[in-house]
Design a protein. Structure first.
Length: 667
């Protein structure tokens, strides 16, 4: 009972030290609670978007290690602040085991407060943010209920975090003497050595990372290359702060301006503590960069959803009868397809005669030789190889049906339309048939596009017969995938579209309707349903993006705050001595402000430079989802950066006051 009262008294008397840690734990609990309460809510079943829960769970998996890491960072700062108190307890005879018991009881009290306060705030914010989430995904059910899993998940994560904190506390108290604990709060950093090799290595890693990001090609390895570039930039960032900044500061000591009071004090203050600052500044830079990238990507996915959907489905309704894996069109004839459409019209009483019929010959990934006169080497199943292009055939007649104006083509003449890449040969040897490339199409409108990673090309043939012949020349292997199908596209109302699609699929599955075919793989899609599903996914990603972005910003703010407090405690005595030897209060204030501005704004500048280096890579990844609006990308990027800078400046104004107050009280 004595130890529990002592733990309560410590928290009450030193609440100023405990408050930042408690704020961090409560905020991390609330963020985990919000994602879990929506991801595991029974309401997702009622909204018929249960699959979106997978997206939210992925966000939860990403959030958990970050939240635990931030709590550990906050507690280590608290532990350093309280080390002097623990040392005094040891000298007064309390004993290390008793000190550990007190520290564990303090953690237990903080855990209970975190769970209670976090649950109250979490329930309130979850109810509100669920309405925002429903608005983002286009749902119409606004009552959030909490399942047992949604409540237990953040509790388990928080308990695990506090168990780790308890282990850190026990190890720190047990492995440090009372004298070490007494002086650990005031221990400074020795002047770090200038390591030219590490500075060069850091810049080299950054250059390589930027080079990969700028020159990356769109293929199925883009995510792997992106991850590699990110790791190089992260390593380069830490080396930049640890080695490059120290090298630069040491060079500043050789100039005349170095002996000016403000320059002299700022340079030496930064130099002697740069090892400690470097890791903190690196963490801030990485977190701010992640916040920018996360928000830009998720906002672009949400903003470009409609554009992507309109490109992939320019008509509201698409009905298709597919082959059964054969390499010819013989399985579903035009007469049989017309029969399917006629039966659909009869049952639905909806006119389909105004629709456009065409044959989609599928696509195949083929390996080509390089140069202006290319030869098809064969069909490949792995498009990671060099010289691989995904090709689909469309006849000139089909594109004209969709309202495109194209020049006349002679037999064996083709046009090239690039979805991605720069495939522009003069001639193509297509499995023994020579094709003359007459040029590239400037634009293809109304025809459904395809979103494929890597080089993707449409070959426009002179007529339907040539398209069919080229398709049949493809040397298919067991692993290749290319299915031809007959289609009809038409614009219908929302209700008519759903009714037609449902009826068409039902007729295709009924063997008695078309006795000449064992089974017709018929299916249909309507843009309204796809748009709803796409909005659900993109809205889920946007919600996660804002949650993770907020987490990264909170993490950066906490690191900045703790860094300011720690540096203020270290600097107060130094500035007092400098004033005693003749430095005026005005010069002290100028020096303080100069140092704060440098340490604060360096991370945000480096973060913006990192994003600029990754801009091309992010643009290409977003383009792979069919979103190709460069003006929108620039606008979203600029808006997000301005938002982050504004929040960062607000954090700067709030936290810099703590540093200034600590220092100026003693000068």
């Amino acid at each position: 009972m004595f130890y529990l009262k002592l733990a309560q008294r410590n928290i009450r008397k030193s609440f100023k030290n405990f408050a930042p840690f408690l704020l961090a734990t409560v905020m991390m609990f609330v963020l985990n609670f919000i994602l879990a309460s929506i991801a595991f809510s029974p309401e997702l079943d009622k909204l018929d978007i249960k699959s979106v829960a997978v997206v939210l769970i992925i966000g939860q998996i990403i959030l958990i290690p970050f939240s635990i890491g931030i709590e550990i960072y906050a507690y280590r700062f608290l532990l350093k602040k309280r080390s002097r108190e623990f040392g005094l307890y040891d000298i007064l005879g309390l004993g290390k085991m008793q000190i550990i018991v007190v520290a564990l009881l303090e953690l237990f009290i903080l855990l209970v407060v975190t769970l209670l306060l976090g649950t109250i705030v979490g329930v309130i914010l979850s109810k509100f943010l669920f309405l925002v989430f429903i608005a983002l995904i286009g749902g119409n059910y606004f009552n959030l209920t909490f399942s047992m899993l949604s409540v237990s998940m953040p509790v388990i994560v928080t308990v695990i975090a506090f168990v780790l904190l308890a282990s850190i506390s026990m190890w720190t108290i047990h492995h440090h003497s009372s004298l070490t604990l007494l002086h650990s709060e005031n221990q400074g950093e020795r002047e770090p050595k200038s390591r030219g090799f590490l500075a060069f290595l850091g810049m080299l890693l950054l250059v390589i990372g930027y080079y990969l990001a700028i020159t990356i090609k769109v293929n199925s390895l883009i995510i792997v290359i992106f991850a590699g570039a990110v790791l190089l930039v992260i390593a380069g960032t830490y080396l930049f702060y640890v080695a490059m900044t120290i090298w630069y500061l040491k060079r500043q000591k050789h100039g005349r301006k170095y002996y000016q009071p403000e320059k002299f004090i700022t340079t030496n203050a930064l130099l002697y503590r740069m090892k400690q600052n470097a890791i903190g500044l690196g963490n801030i830079t990485i977190l701010v960069t992640m916040a920018i990238v996360t928000l830009v990507t998720t906002v672009m996915l949400q903003a470009g959803l409609k554009q992507n959907m309109m490109a992939n489905m320019p008509f509201t309704t698409k009905l298709s009868a597919m082959n059964t894996g054969e390499t010819s069109i013989g399985n579903v004839t035009e007469e049989q397809f017309d029969r399917l459409l006629s039966l659909t019209e009869k049952q639905t009483h909806i006119d389909l005669t105004k629709g456009i019929q065409y044959v989609d010959y599928g696509s195949a990934s083929v390996q080509l030789t390089n140069g202006k006169h290319v030869t098809v080497k064969g069909v490949v199943s792995n498009d990671n190889q060099s010289g691989v292009t995904t090709v689909q055939f469309v006849s000139r007649d089909t594109l004209i049906k969709f309202g495109n104006k194209l020049p006349k083509l002679a037999q064996n003449d083709v046009l090239i339309h690039n979805y991605a890449g720069q495939f522009n040969p003069k001639s193509i040897n297509w499995f023994g048939q020579s094709l003359r490339v007459k040029g590239q199409t400037e634009n293809v409108k109304n025809y459904p596009t395809q979103s494929i990673l890597g080089d993707s090309t449409m070959i426009v043939t002179a007529n339907e017969l040539q398209a069919k012949q080229l398709y049949q020349r493809i040397k298919f292997d067991a692993n290749s995938y290319s299915i031809s199908q007959r289609n009809l596209v038409i614009n219908l109302s929302k209700n008519d579209s759903k009714q037609v699609v449902k009826t068409f699929k039902s007729i295709g599955e009924n063997n008695s309707n078309l006795s000449s075919i064992p089974r017709v793989p018929a299916f249909g899609v309507d843009r309204f349903s796809l748009l709803k599903e796409g909005q659900a996914y993109s809205g889920g990603f946007l919600f996660i993006g804002f949650t993770l972005g907020l987490t990264f910003i909170i993490g950066a703010a906490l690191i900045i705050y703790y860094k300011q407090i720690a540096e203020g405690e270290q600097d107060k005595e130094a500035f007092r001595i400098l004033q005693e030897v003749g430095l005026s209060k005005r010069e002290v204030s100028q020096t303080i402000n100069s140092q704060i501005r440098l340490l604060f704004f360096m991370p945000i500048v480096v973060a913006v430079v990192h994003f600029a280096g990754a801009y091309m890579m992010i643009t290409k990844i977003i383009n792979a989802f069919g979103i190709n609006n460069n003006a929108l990308m620039l606008s979203v990027s600029g808006g997000v950066i301005l938002l982050i800078i504004s929040l960062y400046y607000l954090i700067y104004k709030l936290t810099s006051r703590s540093y200034v107050n600590i220092v100026q009280r003693h000068v």
